[in-house]
Structure formats: C-alpha cells, structure tokens
Design a protein around this ligand. Structure first.
Ligand code: F6P
Length: 545
C-alpha cells in the first residue's frame, strides 16, 4: 500500500482495538438508527435487494475509514479500468472483461484492435438462435453439461436457482468430476437418442472434462449402434471453448460450437456461453433478464457514490472481518432451496480469486487474504453446524440470503423459513446472557452451558423474489466484492497458479499408477515421499486382486 493508504489502514486497525470492548448489544442500544444507517437497497424497484449489514461489528467511524481506504486505493477507478479493458491480470497479461459479456450492444470496447462487445453480441445472437432451435425441435429432452470449476458451477447455479420459477424446456444435468461414478449414474438414466452433451472447457485441456466427453461419446456410439466416428454423433455434441480446435483434436466432434475469450476467467464466466444449458432450458429471454440484472449492478458499482455502493461496502466489510478482525472463514447460508448451489459457486469465486499470498510486486501480502468459504441451506444447516456458529471458539461471519415471496403457494411454511433466518441472525448477534436464563435454570453449572456470547457478525440479504434479474444482480454483486477485496489485499484476483502444481503432479502420477511411464521431473518429484509411493503400491495391489 502507498503511504497515505497505509495511514488509513493503521486507523482502521486502531478502530478494531477501540471496538474490542464493545458488542452488538451495546451498539444497537446506543444508536436506534443503526439498522437504517447500516443497510442499503440495490434497487428500489419491484426487484429490490435489501442488504442489512447492521449486525456487523462496525460503527460510523469504521465505515467512514473503510470508505476512505477505498477512495485512497481508488477502487472504483480501478474497477472502471477493468471494465475498460486494461490488462489488470498482469501475471497472464490479460484484460479481465466479464463485464463485457453483459454490456449493452450500443457500446463499443476496443481491446487489442477488436471490438469485444460486438464479438460478444454476435455470439449471443448465435446462442439465441441455437437455443431456440433446440427448444422448438423438441428432439432433445435432456442436456448433460460436462465441465468443471467455472465451466460447471455457474450454469448449475442458474439452473437450480431458476427452475422453480421458469418453465424448463429440457432437463439439465451437470457433470464435473473425473470420478466416473458420476457420469455413469447420469448415463444410466438417459436415453441416447434424446440426449445432448454440452462440453464446456475454456482451455479444452482439462483432464476431467476430456475424460467425461470421451466416456459420453463411447456411450452414445454404443447406444445408437454406430461407430465412434459416425457423423451422427456430432449432432449430440456442442462445444463451448476458447479453443474449439483442441476439442476436435481431442476427438470431440460437435455440430455446433460457441466461443468464449481469453479475457473471461473461468470463475467469472457465468454470463458467457458456458451457461448454454440453462439458456436452452429457460430460453434466451430469461438469460437476457439475467444479464440485465448483472449489467445493472456493473453500472451501480461504477457509478454509485462510495457511501451507497453495495458491492464496495460489502467487500470492505469482508476485509474488515478477515484482515482486521482475523476471522478465518465465512459461511453463506441461503434460506432458499433455489440457492442450494450458491456456497459451492462462491467457494470457487472467492477462494480461487483471492486465495493468494503474493502481492502485485512479488512481495508477500501484509494481511490475511481469502477466508475459507463454506455454507449450506437454511434450515438444514441449523440442524447440522449452527451449534458451532453460536457457541464454538471460532467466530464465523455469516451471510444470510432470503426471498420475501416464495415461488410456491405454501405461505405458512415460507413464513416459518424466513422467521428462522431472522431468528438465527438475532441469536448470533445478541446471544443470551446469564441473567436472561437464571430464572428458569437454577444450577450455575448448567446455566453456563446455555449462555451464548453473541456478538457474532452477520449480513442479511433480503430480496423480494427470485427472478433471473435478481439472480444476475446477486452474482454480479459477489463478483465485484471479490474485486474489492483483491484491490485491498494488493493481489491479482484473476490468475490461479496455485491449481497448476496439483494438476501436473496428477498427470504424472496417473502415468505411474497405470504403469505407462516412470515419473518425470517436477519440482515435487525430487522430494523423498515414501507415503505416496506406498499408497500407489497398495492401490496397484488392490486393483490386481
Ligand atoms: O481449477 C482451475 C481451472 O482452471 C478453473 O479456473 C476453471 O474454472 C476450471 O479449471 C476449468 O477450466 P476449463 O474451463 O479450461 O476446463
């Protein structure tokens, strides 16, 4: 950090010390306007997304100082640079342009001599045509989308989130893992003549995706009673990739293929052709609504004043929780069955982006960066791990997400669901003191077990109803929060070198396990490792018997 920002940072740290003696109980009693002061609405329209961060351990001075830090670090200016195509992914010399995927078609954005927004819209037109043809043909009743990481989690999230609300023209299943039990379980229940495989891989180098595509092709050939090279198979495959030529090389011959570009990171690709399965399932108009929601939040992030900028404020509070207060994990708990895939999606978005410890200049980061991100859905989570959230030794900041209007008619059940969400955030914040239970429980020993310290921070996001537009807005809000965190941490949120070593060792060990080669030289190879060798030997032995 530059000198001025460091000064602001020191002041932020001092506020943490100042607040160490206070509690959410005290803060709420001292300021009756707290819930108004520390909440914002993303929109005032019928799609309102209300964000209440008053149960975070902050006060006016903390928020002011965090916003001062944001101004000093020029976070919104840096966001604009990203949106304008500056190559902020410096370790890979790439622009970072997921925002261009939902930019208005009246705009132009020239990067390396090419209008990327025009490129995006040409592709969107082809996607629309293709999706409509599949929807009207009705030949395919099932889509199996094959991909992993960002080429899987985003489309799966959209499909799960919108299925209750929008009519689905085709059934969609998502396969990521190289564990073939997964694909086998799907193929077992599929009719080859009615199944369309969408193979999603930006790089088309990903072993899991290549292996699953190969299994799908063999299965299809066998079930249709044709040769593996028969041309009819191509009609059952679609490829989404920045390298369609590699798909052909890998033997994935598809009648249709769609592009994404090197400037879209895998975990930021939800607004690209990677989401083809839900685009077909719900129709291109619904996807347009989703993109409109994202675009509205892109504009909000770019144009709002810092004091009203929701992703900016939430990103700064994240930094406050992880890097200042030292909390090491963060839980996302939607009280919405539709968002059951959200925690998985956010795990990659946040941890793959900001799980770094080297700054832009190559030096070690001075502060704690990404937390462990996890979660589940309410109320199930209450009966699984909430005990630890309430009384465990670690404090875990929680994000609750709920919708006022359900997409079903079971209103009583919905009221109970949301009452539980509000109750949990209240219990976490205010706990229960010894005085509040002493009347009912005479023995001191027992009373102590029932005391809940409270003072456990949470944010509540309450949206009116789950629509495609709301979902798009929520996702863009999370994307930009990650950006804000990355700027404060001083890291590059857009590369993922940490995943590489494991990948290359896996490919070496695959050869060793299958006995097809001796291990080659990698950095970790020279490391004496009796453990792995014994595991390989035992595995081979098990396989023989
Ligand atoms: O896990 C590493 C990663 O590169 C992710 O960033 C990406 O989303 C995933 O693998 C899949 O990559 P691809 O789309 O190239 O198959």
């Amino acid at each position: 950090m530059a000198e001025e920002s460091l000064k602001v940072w020191q002041r932020v740290l001092a506020h943490a010390k100042r607040l160490s003696d206070t509690s959410l109980r005290i803060l709420f009693s001292q300021d009756l306007t707290r819930s108004v002061k520390f909440s914002r609405s993303l929109w005032d329209s019928k799609d309102e997304i209300y964000v209440d961060f008053s149960k975070q351990l902050i006060d006016d001075q903390v928020l002011d100082e965090l916003l001062a830090l944001a101004k000093d670090l020029q976070i919104t200016e840096q966001f604009n640079e990203m949106r304008n195509g500056v190559k902020i992914n410096w370790s890979e010399q790439q622009a970072v342009l997921h925002t261009a995927l939902r930019a208005d078609n009246k705009q132009t954005l020239i990067v390396d001599g090419v209008d990327v927004i025009a490129q995006v819209h040409t592709e969107l037109d082809s996607l629309r045509k293709f999706a409509n043809s599949i929807r009207t043909d009705k030949k395919f009743k099932k889509i199996v989308s094959i991909g992993i990481g960002g080429s899987d989690l985003g489309p799966a999230l959209i499909f799960d989130a919108l299925s209750p609300n929008y009519e689905t023209a085709v059934e969609c299943t998502f396969i990521g893992n190289i564990d073939a039990h997964e694909i086998e379980s799907v193929l077992k229940k599929s009719d080859a003549s009615e199944t369309l495989f969408i193979v999603c891989s930006k790089s088309f180098n990903t072993v899991e995706t290549l292996a699953n595509a190969k299994i799908a092709r063999s299965w299809l050939a066998e079930k249709l009673g044709v040769d593996r090279n028969d041309k009819t198979l191509a009609d059952h495959f679609v490829v989404v990739s920045a390298h369609p030529e590699r798909a052909i090389k890998a033997g994935v011959i598809a009648a249709n293929s769609f592009n994404i570009w090197p400037w879209v990171g895998g975990r930021f690709s939800i607004s690209s052709a990677m989401s083809l399965a839900p685009i077909i399932a719900f129709g291109p108009d619904v996807f347009d609504e989703f993109l409109a929601g994202m675009r509205a939040v892109d504009d909000h992030m770019q144009n709002s004043t810092p004091e009203n900028n929701v992703p900016l404020i939430l990103g700064l509070i994240d930094v406050w929780n992880f890097s200042v207060l030292g909390h090491t994990s963060q839980a996302f708990i939607p009280y919405a069955f539709q968002l059951r895939s959200l925690a998985n999606y956010l795990q990659q978005l946040i941890m793959e982006s900001n799980g770094k410890s080297v700054q832009v200049d190559g030096s070690a980061t001075a502060m704690r960066t990404s937390p462990v991100v996890w979660g589940g859905v309410g109320t199930n989570a209450q009966h699984a791990f909430f005990q630890m959230l309430h009384q465990g030794t670690d404090v875990v900041p929680v994000e609750f997400i709920g919708f006022s209007q359900p997409v079903h008619e079971q209103h009583e059940a919905h009221d109970a669901l949301i009452a539980n969400m509000f109750a949990q955030s209240k219990a976490l914040a205010f706990g229960r003191t010894i005085e509040e239970i002493s009347l009912e429980q005479p023995s001191e020993k027992i009373i102590n077990h029932r005391v809940m310290a409270g003072n456990r921070p949470s944010t509540t996001v309450l949206a009116r109803v789950m629509t495609a537009r709301t979902l798009g807005a929520l996702i863009a809000m999370y994307e930009h929060r990650v950006f804000v965190q990355g700027v404060v941490f001083g890291i590059n949120s857009f590369d993922q070198w940490g995943v590489e070593l494991g990948k290359s060792l896996a490919s070496e060990l695959s050869n060793e396990i299958s006995g097809s080669s001796v291990p080659s030289q990698t950095s970790a190879k020279d490391q004496p490792d009796g453990s792995t060798q014994r595991l390989i030997d035992l595995y081979r032995q098990h396989r023989k018997n």
